[in-house]
Design a protein around this ligand. Structure first.
Ligand code: NAD
Ligand code: MG
Length: 390
């Protein structure tokens, strides 16, 4: 039986992972499930799957979790450190599906323990790519991509030599406002930004898909995961969200990965890798779909893409600054303090300020230094948001 832990089990990726595991319970032993505020879901899943331990990120919800688990034999724990400890419990496969930089320390802890880490938490690679890669290498751990685009690239590269790759193209749906006039974007509401035309995901990544901050993060993720130069990474708007990525080789061939917009494909591929097994996802009827369309992204509409290029050029800890400023700006949009288009402005101002000061982004990439610069960038973003909100 394979030992499995799911970090961020109550979220969209976590629930899709549980869906796959619950279809073949005899194959898996669930070690740890972690969540945050949704205690009922966490406790239900932990009991149903017979987990060893369930952990909530919120210290003050421990009693509630204990009560929900009483009599089940499942242990309960709470707090950020307890999540790191849960991630370190011996397991063969760990899903990293916490949202935000909060996923970095637990994912890193699982890698230190030599686990196979299925990585949905793209923030880990954006903030600390070389730390994640080096840890995997030195601990003999395996890092598998779960983002649909990166799983697609990984699959297209199987049996190929990365030296033969000319370019990698990741697609973007364009999100909720792809067809709005640019001048109207400032009117985008939280409600509209929270509904994705094709994918069913957590609220934060859905809004990031509308601003293309998600795609900007994924460009950096591509660079960090596959080690390819930034100028070889392209973004293509593809409203149907059926082609997830394309890899262009030296002979001019483009290998495309085509599949339904269902994260159980990328999760299942990582779960069964290196095997490929049957998955409960829709089979595409391309004759019925008829046509697939593509267009170049307009950077005036989506400044996040330009900012991602600036981050890759700056290097060092600039990805952690970018991510922290983005997370804080997103909070500001969700709370109604700033408008949709102001998010990119906040991120740009924070990047300009922190990257220009010596000793910040050029510090060594350690968990402590990432946490420090994350804190600085959040403070700076808070100040900028206050100024904008007046
Ligand atoms: P979600 O909001 O649905 O779920 C997030 C999970 O993280 C929940 O279990 C929540 O309890 C937990 N969590 C939140 N804050 C936490 C904290 N401070 N400490 C510990 N746990 C915390 O998010 P999601 O859509 O499932 O996305 C999870 C990750 O996967 C993100 O990094 C996202 O970018 C990535 N991802 C998601 C999708 C998707 O289809 N949803 C696709 C590709 C990549
Ligand atoms: Mg993606």
């Amino acid at each position: 039986m394979r030992r499995i832990s799911i970090l961020g089990a109550t979220g969209s990726i976590g629930q899709n992972t549980i869906d796959l595991i619950a279809r073949a319970p005899q194959e898996y032993r669930v070690v740890a499930l972690t969540g945050a505020g949704n205690i009922a879901q966490l406790a239900d899943d932990a009991c149903r799957l017979g987990a060893e331990i369930a952990v909530t990120a919120h210290d003050d919800r421990l009693e509630e979790l204990r009560t929900a688990l009483s009599g089940s034999g499942v242990d309960a724990a709470a707090g950020a450190q307890a999540i790191v400890e849960a991630a370190q419990r011996p397991a063969d496969w760990v899903m990293s599906a916490i949202v935000g930089v909060a996923g970095l320390a637990p994912g890193l802890a699982a890698l230190r323990d030599g686990a196979t880490l299925a990585l949905a938490n793209k923030e880990s690679l954006v903030c600390a790519g070389s730390l994640m890669r080096d840890t995997a290498r030195t601990r003999g751990a395996t890092l598998l991509p779960v983002d649909s685009e990166h799983s697609a690239i990984f699959q297209a590269l199987t049996g190929e030599n990365i030296a033969d790759v000319e370019r990698i193209v990741i697609t973007a749906s364009g999100g909720a406002f792809r067809d709005w006039p640019v001048e109207d974007l400032h009117k985008a509401t939280l409600e509209l930004a929270s509904s994705h035309p094709n994918w069913d995901m957590g609220q934060r990544i859905t809004i990031d898909s509308a601003s293309l901050f998600n795609k900007a993060m994924e460009v950096i993720e591509t660079r960090e995961y596959f080690g390819i130069e930034p100028e070889r990474i392209e973004v293509l708007v593809h409203p149907e969200s059926l082609v997830h990525a394309l890899v262009g080789f030296a002979d001019g061939a483009l290998m495309a990965h085509v599949g339904p917009p269902d994260m159980r494909h990328a999760i299942g591929y990582a779960l069964h890798w290196p095997e490929r097994r049957a998955l409960p996802v829709e089979r595409l009827d391309l004759a019925r779909i008829g046509s697939l369309t593509f267009r170049a992204p307009d950077e005036r509409r989506w400044p996040a893409l330009r900012l991602a290029r600036e981050v890759m050029a700056a290097g060092g800890l600039s990805g952690a600054v970018f991510n922290a400023a983005k997370e804080t700006a997103l909070d500001g949009f969700i709370d109604g303090r700033i408008g949709f288009t102001k998010m990119a402005e906040v991120v740009e101002r924070v990047l300009d300020r922190i990257c220009a000061q010596p000793g910040h982004i050029d510090a060594t990439m350690t968990l402590d230094n990432v946490a420090h610069i994350d804190h600085l960038a959040r403070q700076e973003a808070g100040t900028v948001i206050q100024k904008i909100a007046g």
